[in-house]
Design a protein around this ligand. Structure first.
Ligand code: URA
Length: 430
């Protein structure tokens, strides 16, 4: 086989065989094909796409490029969840104890945040003492014993994706649906999932800006799941505004606790969390209908069982529950509306970037984050405001906050007339 022939074949829109994709993936991982040829191949894929067989082959080969985690000793269906990333997304913290309470093991490897989006591992590290790096055996033992463990991605899982993703990042080839789909699905499969629920965020704070793109990504991932025998459901959820009220780390953990412990929540966060958890319960075969699954999920929140599981989980990973409280930044500053009106739109990515500027997120992979800063976002699209109403409160350790305040104000557009509000859960693809 020859790399140039394979590049040319894709360049002219022809279908690649499993063996040709294997030649490319393995050649890149073992350094026999250089960056510049893989860059060229990726650009050909970007323009010509991959069909369903090719996308599944790429996913399968990326899984096979490294270690995989075997959770078959649990003797039950392991359902994982994945979010494509958004602002204020603390859904994993909420659904993990819910599904565990319903007898579904939650054994998750999560990521860190980058840019305007947050990561579950960073949020958990705001809890004093909490360990996000556990030896694999301890991770497995904890899942067996308590049904729940959540750690950062480690080890040699999917090295092909690590290498290809880094190259995509610098060659303008990240935003390709088959490449995104295979990248995400390979990591879920390698980490031991039998079934997968995807939370595909749609809107101005998400990777996928339109419903059309999000649906295409969802269909591509569901098709990979079918081909590789991992039942997969995608839930399309709204990211045209921050999810819930808190954006940051410590404050997002507290928001999750308030939902589970006090049943105090913002409706959008509740609705998305219930739907994701219910889809996981349904896929695990713990309910005969989706409606029944939703009911089971709501019951374990109301009974306090899910909150008890959350405490068990945090303490098992050495976290101190009493360190979860209102965040303690040097100052809190209210950002207020300069005129009256209805909230017509919120540039969500700008809000995520404002939180990042405060130190709650990272501009580059190596930045340190400050767990005790963030934004409390007081408004939702469609809300009617008077002049001077609180839009947001920033919790900051910086002296000069003018840029952040301006960014938040500029991100919010008001209208004189009532506006139509999008649902939090837009649709399901299965
Ligand atoms: N997240 C991933 O893990 N991979 C992509 O390609 C894009 C987002």
């Amino acid at each position: 086989m020859n790399t140039i022939e394979i590049i040319n074949k894709k360049k002219y829109g022809k279908e690649l065989s499993y063996e040709e994709i294997e030649y490319i993936v393995n050649g890149y991982v073992n350094d026999s094909i250089p960056d510049y040829q893989i860059s060229s191949w990726l650009m050909a894929v970007y323009f010509q796409g991959l069909n369903s067989d090719e996308t599944s082959a790429l996913t399968d080969l990326m899984v096979k490029s490294g270690e995989t985690i075997d959770l078959s000793f649990l003797n039950t269906t392991v359902v994982d969840k994945h979010s494509t990333g958004g602002v204020g997304d603390k859904v994993s913290l909420i659904v993990a104890p819910i599904t565990t309470s319903l007898g579904i093991p939650f054994a998750k490897m999560s990521g860190r945040g980058l840019g305007h989006t947050g990561g579950t591992v960073d949020k958990l590290e705001s809890i004093k003492g909490f360990h996000t790096e556990l030896p694999l055996q301890r991770f497995k033992d904890q899942v067996k014993e308590l049904g729940i463990a959540l750690v950062g991605q480690s080890g040699n899982l999917v090295p092909a994706d690590k290498k290809i993703y880094a190259l995509r990042d610098v060659t303008g080839t990240v935003d390709s649906i088959p490449l995104i789909a295979s990248s995400i699905m390979s990591k879920k499969i390698a980490s031991g999932a039998d079934a997968i629920v995807l939370d595909i965020k749609v809107g101005n704070g998400a990777f996928m800006k339109t419903e059309e793109e999000a649906k295409k990504l969802a269909e591509t991932m569901v098709a990979i799941g079918k081909k590789l025998n991992r039942e997969t459901v995608a839930v399309l959820t709204n990211m045209d505004q921050p999810l819930g009220t808190e954006i940051g780390n410590g404050n997002e953990v507290l928001e999750a606790v308030k939902l589970l412990r006090d049943q105090e929540y913002s409706q959008d966060l509740y609705d998305v969390s219930i739907e994701i958890a219910a889809q996981m319960v349904f896929l695990a075969g713990k309910a005969t209908t989706e409606e029944q699954a939703r009911k089971l999920v709501e019951e374990v929140i109301q009974s306090g069982e899910a909150y008890e599981k959350f405490v068990t989980f945090i303490e098992a990973q050495d976290g101190k529950m009493d360190s979860i409280h209102e965040i303690e930044a040097k100052q809190s500053i209210d950002v207020t509306a300069e005129q009256a009106g209805y909230i017509a739109s919120i540039e969500t990515q700008q809000i995520g970037e404002a939180a990042m500027l405060l130190g709650a997120g990272r501009k580059t992979k190596d930045d340190q984050i400050d767990h005790q800063v963030g934004i409390t976002f007081h408004v939702k699209t469609g809300d009617k405001l008077q002049t001077g109403a609180k839009l947001a409160t920033i919790h900051t350790n910086m002296e000069d906050n003018d840029t952040v305040i301006k960014k938040i104000k500029d991100a919010i557009t008001l209208s004189e007339n009532p506006v139509q509000v999008k649902p939090s859960v837009i649709g399901i693809v299965n």
